[in-house]
Each structure stands twice: as C-alpha cells, then as structure tokens.
Design a protein around this ligand. Structure first.
Ligand code: ADP
Ligand code: MG
Length: 391
C-alpha cells in the first residue's frame, strides 16, 4: 500500500526525523488560510505548492511549483488543485490532483537521495544513499550506478552505527551534519522495520544553507500482508489513488492487476496466472489483466472474476485457465455456464480445465447451450483465445 507525501512525513516526524512540514488542503476555499498558516507557523515568505498524488516525478510533471510570494502561491494552488498531472509514473492518462501541500520554500545547499528496501538478490534489506539526489535519480541509477552507495543490513543486527556513518560520509557531509544524518538514518531504518515498510524513500533529503538536514520529500510503501498489524497505517489508504477495478476485486479477495492488452485472463494460482500471461504473449497476444482467483475457486469467484474482467472495455476475449487441484473442474464448469448466462456475455470465452474431474467438466461444457470454446492444452487455449480476440 502507498501513502501520500504528507502522510509519510507525519510518520517520519513521529520517529523524530526532521521534515519539511506544510499544510495540506483539498479545497480551493482553504487556500488562503493555508498560505497564512504556513507563513505564521514556519515564518515562510516564499512557498512551494506540491500536488499530493501516489506517483513520483511530480516536480518534472509540473506538480511542484515555487512561489516567491502569497499571490503567486495562490495562483499555483489554483492551477494544481484539480489538474491532471502526468508524470513518468502515472502513465499518459495522468492522475487527478485532489490534494495539495503548501510548504515553505527552503534555501537548499545540496540534495541527496536516501532509500531503504529489500534487496531480493541478497535476501537482506539494503540502505542506499547518493549525493546526486533530486529529480534526476533515475538517470544516475542508469548512467553512473557507482554514485549510489549501499549498506547491506544483517538480519537481526539492524543498521549499525558504523554503517550509518559510512552512509553519511558517502554524502560528503562534515561536522554536525554527519551526526544529524547518522541519527536520521537509524531512525529511518527503525521506522522501516517497525512499520513493515517495503520501500522508504527520501528524495531529496537536503542540507540547507543554514546547515540542517531535512527530509523534503517522503515516500513510503507498506507490505500489504502486514497491514493488519498497523491499523493506523491502513487508515491512511486513499482509494481515490487506486485503480477502481483493483479496489473492487480486492473486495472479493481476487488478486487482480489491470494491464494494457485485450485478452482477459481468469486463472487459479499466481504461478499459473504468470505463465498464462507468458504463453499469450508467446503466441502473439497481449493479456488485459493478471487475475488469480485463488485456490478455492467456486461459482461466486468465477462470476465475480467475469464481472471484473468485463468491466475493462479493452477485453476482446476471455481465457479461463483452471487447474483443478482442490477445486473440482465440474464445479467450475457449472459456474462458467451460470456466469455466462447471467452476465449476458458478448465476448468469446475459451476454457481450459485440467485436473480433478476435468473429463466430467468438459462434458458439462459440451452439453450446455452456451457458446464456449473448449481447449485441450495450455498452448491450444492460448492460440484459440488470441485468434478469438482478433475477431
Ligand atoms: P517529486 O519527487 O515528486 O518530483 P519533490 O518533493 O521531490 O517531488 O520536489 C521536487 C523538487 O522540488 C525537489 O527536488 C526540490 O528541488 C524542489 N523542492 C521541493 N520542495 C521544496 C522546498 N520546500 N523548498 C525548495 N525546493 C523544494
Ligand atoms: Mg522527490
């Protein structure tokens, strides 16, 4: 799960990490009061207006604006609130901005990159920093990866003081700034572990002209499977920022991820779902979604799966690929027939059922009065659905 910058900063603050705070609003009517409050609380005379969306690259996309005075701050709030912000992370359709943060514009001496995540190749958490922080970090990672300095963290040990110091030194800091950064890194790692983060990223962490180290931006993603341990975090979920179909699928316990293609896939088991997408690609098609209906698929799951898949207008054909282990294929077959009738399906459906009671299931489908294209093998199913999608 993702949260907004302003929420992440609140969390950082609760761990004693210095942040660049601001006032977040969702209504233009609150704009002047917000600017006044930032002036009063932080002594601000110049402002930064920041779109709050679950996507990075806001600065480059025009969602972060410097304002030298109150009048210009108001103008920027007007233009950003409600805009459709397009960044390299939103896709071309962009994201509607529903909240903006008003903050003080700081005198920045240097911008750094700081992040913690799981390194799957070592199976350990990794703490990364770079002196080349700011909006070009993707470019740095691509062209000069050696400028990103890493400390691999031993399970059970946490981020050791010497590691935190190494990281601070790698940023070229000196004196008091080293101490500030070292403390900050340790608090940040504590937050990442205690809150079950999957990514914590501060880009930029800044050194101000006054010599202070402050988190100017903050991004935290959480491990969904641990959310039940953190009701406060779960409460920060913003459904406006998520794909509506994915939210709907979540209600039925379906693992659904929307993709760009034309072939709707209904599969049980994540592994089979992945290989189904692969084989569709291999035979020249393109999957419209990833959908794992889970191990205990039944009539209801099949129906809900259909509903979700068909809500995507791009879907030209559907492939149902179910392996009957615990689930019985005959039940699935009946579910498919029921769903096709009830939902008044108007796209071709290719079905491949294998495993427990598959033979009976094939008979049920063959003897039904709904039109379903039956497939014998995995490859056969993929070929048939790709052909069906072409019309
Ligand atoms: P994003 O990462 O989505 O582009 P950031 O919050 O990192 O958004 O802001 C982008 C850039 O805007 C920063 O790298 C920094 O240069 C500038 N910026 C952001 N907040 C401030 C601020 N309070 N004062 C001065 N500059 C800022
Ligand atoms: Mg940033």
């Amino acid at each position: 799960m993702k949260i907004h910058e302003y929420q992440a900063k609140k969390l950082l603050k609760s761990y004693g990490i210095p942040i660049q705070d601001g006032v977040t609003i969702n209504d233009l009517a609150q704009a002047e009061a917000a600017i006044d409050q930032v002036s009063k609380d932080f002594g601000a005379e110049q402002y930064i207006i920041k779109a709050q969306v679950h996507a990075g690259g806001r600065g480059k996309g025009g969602g972060v604006k410097f304002s030298p005075d109150k009048a210009s701050a108001l103008e920027h709030i007007k233009s950003i609130l409600g805009m459709t912000l397009v960044t390299h992370q939103t896709g071309p359709e962009g994201r509607r901005v529903r909240k903006v943060m008003v903050a003080e514009a700081l005198d920045i001496k240097q911008e750094f990159y700081v992040a913690i995540t799981l390194d799957r190749s070592t199976g350990r958490n990794v703490f990364m920093v770079s002196s080349e922080g700011g909006m070009e970090i993707e470019e740095v990672a691509k062209t000069s990866p050696e400028k990103i300095v890493k400390e691999s963290i031993l399970p059970g040990m946490g981020l050791r003081t010497f590691q935190a110091r190494n990281l601070a030194l790698a940023l070229g800091l000196d004196g008091a700034a080293i101490r500030q950064a070292t403390g900050l890194f340790q608090k940040l790692y504590k937050l990442y572990r205690e809150m079950d983060g999957s990514i914590v990223e501060i880009n930029p962490l800044v050194l101000t002209e006054q010599g202070n180290i402050i988190a100017l931006d903050a991004k935290i993603n959480f491990d969904d499977n641990a959310l039940y341990l953190h009701p406060d975090v779960a409460e920060m979920r913003d459904l406006d920022e998520e794909d509506p179909t994915e939210v709907e699928a979540g209600k039925y316990d379906l693992n659904y991820i929307k993709l760009e293609g034309t072939i709707g896939c209904m599969v049980n088991g994540a592994g089979l779902a992945m290989s189904t997408m692969d084989i569709i690609k291999q035979v020249g098609g393109s999957p419209a979604n990833f959908l794992d209906v889970g191990g205990g698929a039944n009539v209801e799951t099949v129906k809900n799966g259909f509903r979700i898949i068909l809500s995507d207008e791009n879907v030209k054909a559907v492939l149902i690929n179910i392996f009957g282990g615990i689930v019985r294929c005959d039940r699935i077959a009946n579910g498919i027939i029921e769903a096709v009738k009830e939902l008044d399906l108007d796209v071709p459906v290719v079905v491949r059922l294998e495993g427990t009671n598959a033979v009976v299931a094939k008979e049920i489908l063959a003897n039904s009065d709904v039109s379903i294209i039956s497939a014998d093998s995995f490859k056969d199913a993929a070929n048939k659905v790709v052909e069906a999608a072409r019309g």
